[in-house]
Design a protein around this ligand. Sequence first.
Ligand code: HEM
Length: 491
Amino acid sequence: MILYLLIAIIVLTYIFFSKKYSYWRDLGFPYAKPSIPVGNLCGVGIKEHLSDFVIREYNNFKDKPPAFGIYLLTKPALILTDLELIHDVTTRCFESFHGKEFYINEKADPLMKSLFTTSGQEWKDLRQKLSPIFTVGRTKMIFPIIAETADRMIEYLKQPDTNRETIEMKEIFSSFTTEVVANAAFGLDVKCLGHPDNDFRKATRYIFQPPMWYNLKILLIFSMPEVAKFFNMAQNPKFVIDFFTKTVRDNLEFREKNNIQRDDFFQLLINIKKDEGMTFNEIAANSFIFLIAGLETSAIAITFCTYELAFNQDIQDRLRTEIETVLKKHDGDVTYDAIMEMKYLEMVINETLRKYPIFEVQVRKCTKEFTMRMPDSELAIPIGTPVLIPVAGIHNDERYFKNPEKFDPERFSEENIKNLVPHTFIPFSEGPRNCIGISFGLMQIKLGLVKFLKNFRIMPCSKTIIPMKFTPNYSFQSPLGGMWIKIESIE
Ligand code: HEM
């Protein structure tokens, strides 16, 4: 009897998945072969990083534009391979693709409903309210916070007991950006450089690299959002929600009670609350997203840039010469204007973001039916379909970037940048839903790099990973086992 029951369960499961996985085949649309029960996500986050999967499948299908089908667990999704279609999705036909694929349960997790996760009118209103926070003028206002924190990072690295022969820099750069963004977003003086067990750092580290069991919970939430809502499940871990909502509440009460005004993002959120109205949850969720989006993205960019500079001494020398020359003109002061004058620095950062796009895939959701034209037919993309832009694949496609493995900042020289194929360099995305924090992120990266290179020469060491491999269960691309290099003081 048990045997029959088992066989029946296996047969029914097989029929269920076969039916789910016949969607693209029935439409006669090219697709990557799925596996029961995770679709095309087999091994992603366990054996390989999402970017490895994206690059591989993109290369398999890039000659069959405009798109191919995959299954995110059992959900059909599209990966786009045609640049014009990508431009339609991000910009030209934005009304059909302004959605994001996030599970929001505000009751259980007030941190999830932010600018990054919301869609439709709610997103539009938020973007309008929050845009004034991210102007170039505001970035200038935050400049001293970034500069002081970068100085603290250099002091820390110069301590006599720091092992400069083999040093893991990813954690140090993440601590640097955590201190900057905690200060800029929350007005908090968090000390995590040299203190990896600091509560703030521990909570943020957990978000980017949760334990394997936690990824299973995310899979469940993603595949059965209705069930997750029924059981009032939260996407973020409880200790992260409690920690950050308490931090925001205490901070808000302290400032309001003591009538404290500061030049930071948090103050700007308080001003919006007073002038235009903003709920506590909106303040909490958006300070949280500034923190999440702001710290790890920039830290990873500095990390990969440093990794490449260790192997490319000529580029490192040229960049250091530029830094010294420009600073000399500014009496040795690392000012906002001095940083903006460093054109080669910009080329080096662009090339870093080309080779290692932090958001290796950008995800949008179809919000209004859209007809995709194919060579000799068309396909109506149904509402609700996730649409993936394979940025890592495009940035490493030899048709657009010759010899993509080579780290070559010249691709972004004044002369060459004009010849880039449109929509092939999109590290901050494009269109109305592009990154809102570009100028702040770039300034953080630039200042961190300038202060670091002014003080240290970088070289590979015995523990440097060659070639680069990514940590499978990390939210962004991040070096497996950390980024170990040797640094030498420049006197
Ligand atoms: C190297 C640094 C950064 C990179 C490469 C980057 C990249 C991106 C990308 C590609 C998106 C669009 C994601 C998608 O469509 O799925 C995005 C959105 C966003 N970024 Fe950044 N980002 C960086 C730094 C920052 C910083 C410093 C902040 C804030 C402090 C920030 C805040 C945001 C927010 C709030 C969004 C959502 C915008 C919206 O949906 O309207 N980012 N970022």
